[in-house]
Design a protein around this ligand. Sequence first.
Ligand code: TYD
Length: 144
Amino acid sequence: MCTIIFFILDKVKIIHLPKFEDLRGNLSFVEGDNHIPFEIKRTYWIYDVPGGQVRGGHAFKEQQEIIIALSGSLDVIIDDGVKKKTFSLHRSYYGLYIPSGFWRQMINFSTNSLALVLSSTYYNENDYIRDYNDFLKFRKIYAK
Ligand code: TYD
């Protein structure tokens, strides 16, 4: 059972989105169920984050998501209950895919950064796990 938990972080990955380079400027796009493994139900964005502030700090039972730093940069710390890994988002054509069931924190927002989140679910407060000990309990059940 431990082995499963140890390798579970591999499911979190950076997806390189299409990028059309042009003298007039670059263009990237994303299609649900094509470039990313779910249908997009909702998008939201995080912006005007004061220096040093942390967003996230919770897990989702069901929601899968993609985080894209449309502008500026940020780091996302992913925690599977055993190991942590930090992903740096600093290109607007990188999408960080996070399956359900991971604790995630967003830190080191650069000035004027804009983070877009593509979500597989509608907003549902009951999908959040906001207490870290509850998350660890959830992971135990999830890993069986
Ligand atoms: P939350 O996801 O808790 O943000 P963070 O984890 O960065 O602190 O969202 C903050 C609040 O915004 C939440 O309590 C309710 C509201 N909210 C919505 O109403 N709809 C949404 O789609 C999202 C993402 C948040």
